[in-house]
Design a protein around this ligand. Structure first.
Ligand SMILES: Nc1nc2c(ncn2[C@@H]2O[C@H](COP(=O)(O)OP(=O)(O)OP(=O)(O)O)[C@@H](O)[C@H]2O)c(=O)[nH]1
Ligand SMILES: [Mg+2]
Length: 391
């Protein structure tokens, strides 16, 4: 299997070569050996938990293993954060945004308040993928107010732009609330391939655990053995039970089993992974509807959240993705990932304008704490020139 289970046997060898903390994976993803091992191991299991696995071993093995996991987690926690949390962290992570770059350059030149300035702002918005419709509305509002002489200078116009951008995002800034009456509260994650669904589940799992909630994961991506294993690794690291049926199992049946198991155990939150699929693949999109219906048989209010993960670097294609997924499975919340290092983060404004679906979280990097509750002020201020940001 993967590295830290391999490391512990035999126990004697383990004690001679204790795993140094520095061997922990460099990021909260998966090391190449882990993924390679995962790709090879396609065996199926119903419910596996780290605690159940350790029960079948000798107490010494279990202790050694506990110490190893603790060391890995400690090493992970000790890694220096490239940016502090809070607003400063947002600015640091979003510095590659086309928006931030374009506007910062523009305003550092102390521009004149005229149509040329509006044209330049328009270009910055379009390049950042705010989209034609949202950009036109923003620019026309500013133009009308400029004609009415509402702005004393370019800085006043920028302040008005900030207010307009915040107004666009305000309706979608609705954090995810876990309804305590739902047992479990079921979160179904969906999205196209490679957008960050499984890593987001890992980050969410850690977040919920830190809040003291009990959780279970469902390995509903049954397309690749590696995908099932990827979730199991997360489960084992975080001591969260994972319900899986191995590769090629029916995803709806995995979800059904998981909900049944979570109910029986009185678990508070169940997060189900699904295989990435293109919004244009009608058969696969229909499968999502089936998962939803099957969950509804056990609890008619489930899933309580259909969380669509969108890659923030996708640009305007995100709109057609959301349209199709929403049709198939009624999306109730969004996570926009990879906003660090993209020039296209402006797509959030386009999504907000067109759909009004709550943006629950954004991904600002690959570390566990880089999944942030969406904060429009922190986001907008990170995109605008610094001296205006706090105004
Ligand atoms: N820079 C950055 N990378 C991210 C972020 N979120 C996820 N990733 C990376 O995106 C890659 C794909 O992540 P996965 O979680 O495997 O994506 P997935 O949607 O589950 O993929 P499939 O199951 O193949 O559809 C990984 O390398 C992640 O580390 C983020 O916010 N920022
Ligand atoms: Mg995945």
């Amino acid at each position: 299997m993967f590295s830290f289970w391999k490391k512990k046997s035999p126990a004697g060898e383990q004690r001679e070569h204790p795993a140094p903390a520095a061997e922990a994976p460099p990021r909260p993803g998966f090391s190449p050996e882990e993924l390679a091992a995962a790709a090879g191991g396609g065996e199926s299991a119903l419910v596996e938990t780290a605690t159940e696995l350790s029960r079948s071993e000798s107490p010494v093995d279990a202790l050694v293993e506990e110490a190893e996991i603790a060391a890995e987690l400690a090493a992970e926690a000790a890694r220096p954060a490239p940016a502090a949390p809070g607003k400063a962290g947002w600015r640091e992570r979003l510095r590659n945004s086309g928006f931030a770059k374009g506007l910062a350059g523009l305003f550092s030149r102390n521009p004149r308040l005229d149509d040329g300035l509006l044209d330049e702002i328009e270009t910055a918005l379009l390049l950042a993928d705010v989209g034609v419709a949202a950009t036109s509305e923003l620019i026309e509002d500013l133009r009308a107010r400029m004609k009415r002489r509402e702005f004393a200078d370019a800085r006043a116009l920028l302040a008005a732009l900030r207010a307009d951008l915040l107004a666009l995002l305000a309706p979608v800034a609705q954090p995810l609330r876990i309804d305590r009456d739902a047992r479990p509260f079921v979160i179904l994650t969906v999205g196209v391939n490679g957008v960050g669904k499984t890593t987001t589940i890992g980050k969410l799992a850690r977040r919920f655990q830190n809040e003291g909630r009990t959780l279970m994961l469902a390995a509903g991506d049954t397309f690749r053995a590696a995908a099932v294993e990827q979730l199991r690794i997360w489960g084992e690291r975080n001591k969260v039970p994972v319900v899986a049926q191995g590769q090629n199992a029916d995803a709806a049946s995995v979800a059904f089993d998981a909900l049944q198991a979570a109910k029986a155990r009185g678990i508070e939150v169940l997060i189900a992974d699904t295989a990435g699929r293109l919004h244009t693949q009608t058969g696969l999109m229909a499968e999502l509807g089936k998962i939803r219906r099957v969950l509804g048989k056990l609890d008619e209010s489930a899933p309580h959240e259909v969380l669509m993960v969108i890659d923030g670097t996708t640009g305007q294609n995100a709109l057609s993705q959301l349209r199709q997924f929403n049709q198939a499975v009624n999306v109730t919340g969004l996570v926009v990932t990879k906003l660090d290092g993209t020039a296209k983060g402006g797509v959030l404004f386009a999504l907000a304008r067109e759909f009004g679906i709550p943006i629950r979280f954004v991904g600002l990097g690959e570390r566990l704490d880089d999944l942030r509750v969406f904060d429009p002020e922190a986001f907008v201020d990170a995109l605008l020139p610094e001296n205006l940001g706090n105004g």
